[in-house]
Every structure is written in C-alpha cells, then in structure tokens.
Unconditional design. Structure first.
Length: 107
C-alpha cells in the first residue's frame, strides 16, 4: 500500500478498545527504507518485487504507536521451546521473525 499510515490508522479504528492486533511484516534492519521517487522498475530493482513500496525496519513500531497502539515487539529468536524447526533455511528467515503485538488501550 502506498500510504501505510492510512492502513495502520484503519487497523486502529476497527480494533475495539481493549482489543489487540498481531501484525507481522518483513523487517529489514532498524530503519525503514522508502523512496517515493522510485517507479515500478526502480522498486523491482531495489526491493525485488515492484509492488513493494518500502523495506520496513523495526522503527515500524513508531508508526503503530503514533496511531495510538501500545506496542510490544517480539522476535522468534526469543521464543523458547521447539514450536518451529529452527534448522530450516529460508531467504526470509531474518526478515520474517518479528511480531508486533498492538493493544488498543481503553480510554
């Protein structure tokens, strides 16, 4: 989505007070990279997929907080036990390991 803030605000709007949302997105480092000047071919070259508008970072948490959520970020690296096979290799293993647990506080 071109305007991720609009999408985040809509998620916040539909979550009931006291409710929560679990948001999982690919994360590529600490800071989000976004270049609105890129055209379709430029996005395909930079992101690998032309429909991607940005490469999100852990600072995505700030966008969720600015919308009003109380946010906790969890990494699958910190999950104890054997709920998933950590020996499986994937090109997405590092980018797909973060969970943004968002609470809409009752006011």
């Amino acid at each position: 989505m071109k305007d991720d803030l609009q999408a985040i605000k809509e998620i916040y709007r539909v979550v009931e007070p006291g409710g929560w949302a679990l948001i999982v997105i690919p994360v590529y480092g600490e800071r989000t990279f976004e270049d609105p000047s890129l055209d379709y071919a430029g996005r395909e070259k930079i992101h690998g997929i032309a429909s991607h508008m940005r490469m999100n970072g852990l600072d995505f948490r700030l966008k969720l907080s600015e919308a009003g959520f109380h946010v906790n970020v969890f990494s699958l690296d910190d999950v104890p036990g054997s709920y998933f096979d950590k020996s499986v290799s994937s090109p997405h293993i590092d980018s797909d390991k973060y969970l943004f647990f968002c609470n809409k506080v009752i006011t």
